[in-house]
Design a binder for this molecule. Structure first.
Ligand code: MLT
Length: 294
């Protein structure tokens, strides 16, 4: 089932009227303990198709397009005035930055709307930052955590600069150069050589991402916190998944998170790159099922 949620509000001055942003989209399938799947950058909820198909036989699976991606709107539309809540003017503007906190607040607003009290929160890469932010802000809403291709450390100056460069460039040139430069790094050598259908699916997802949404998320990732000091406070059982051929988030990043969260388990998937859940769906689903059933 796909439905359009009204997303929650951001915490910054460009607070958005949630009713005006009710053009988002979420897949909600199956029944059982809820799992929220949070996609990476610059993708959308369709990257979880294989997990939705498999896990919805035992779980209620929700997979939203995060703010600015997939079927969500990137336009600010109505900007609330200083008197709060009342739409004052229709803005032509696009949001310039979407923080990980705003995305985490969107997820909790979605859970409220769907009457989900606690969920297993599974995030990949950017979705992993959002999951870590979610666990920090709303620990009582997390039943378990799954972090794939994730990194806890914050960005250094070089990373911040390169994110700003990419944000500016996508606004001028669109997403093609992102697809050209990212696809060879996102996927394992074996996937690139043997799974052309995955290569084209990933490329297509990038090309259909709206530049304004991508730029805003890049700036949000550049502004993200360092989550390292949050790790010891995470009490929820946590599964950390890494691809052995991930050149964007290395297995060392996963080991760092594993050392920080005492109640955690680490799984390494062979012949998998950054998009391990698409590249090796059986191994990924098996790791998740084994963890959740334990
Ligand atoms: C992702 O897959 O979400 C991105 O690689 C995240 C990032 O750029 O850190």
């Amino acid at each position: 089932m796909n439905k359009a949620p009204s997303y929650g509000t951001g915490s910054s001055s460009d607070r958005v009227n949630p009713l005006a942003t009710a053009s988002g989209s979420v897949t909600d399938a199956g029944s059982g303990p809820p799992i929220a799947f949070l996609h990476g950058y610059p993708f959308n909820r369709s990257m979880w198709s294989e997990q939705i198909q498999e896990l919805s036989s035992r779980y209620r699976v929700i997979a939203p397009d995060l703010r600015g991606f997939g079927d969500t709107s990137v336009a600010l539309q109505f900007v609330a005035g200083a008197d709060g809540g009342v739409p004052k003017r229709q803005a032509e503007a696009y949001r310039t930055k979407t923080t990980m906190e705003e995305m985490a607040r969107d997820v909790v607003a979605l859970m409220d709307e769907l009457e989900i009290d606690r969920a297993i929160v599974c995030g990949l890469s950017m979705g992993g930052y959002v999951a870590l932010e979610f666990a920090h802000l709303f620990p009582s809403r997390v039943q378990a955590l799954v972090l794939a291709g994730a990194r806890a450390q914050g960005p250094d100056e070089t990373e911040k600069d390169s994110r700003e460069q990419q944000a500016r460039r996508v606004l001028v040139e669109g997403m093609r150069f992102v697809a050209d430069s990212m696809v060879p790094k996102l996927l394992a050598q074996r996937t690139l050589q043997e799974k052309p259908e995955i290569v084209s699916r990933v490329r297509e997802m990038i090309l259909t991402t709206k530049p304004q949404g991508a730029a805003a998320a890049q700036r949000g990732m550049a502004a993200r916190r360092d989550y390292s000091s949050d790790l010891p406070d995470i009490g929820a059982p946590t599964l950390i998944i890494a691809g052995n051929d991930d050149r964007i988030r290395k297995p060392e990043d996963a080991e760092f998170i594993h050392r920080g969260i005492s109640n955690s388990r680490l799984e390494l998937i062979e012949d998998a790159g950054h998009l391990m859940n698409m590249e090796q769906p059986e191994a990924f689903n098996h790791a998740m099922m084994a963890f959740l059933e334990a």
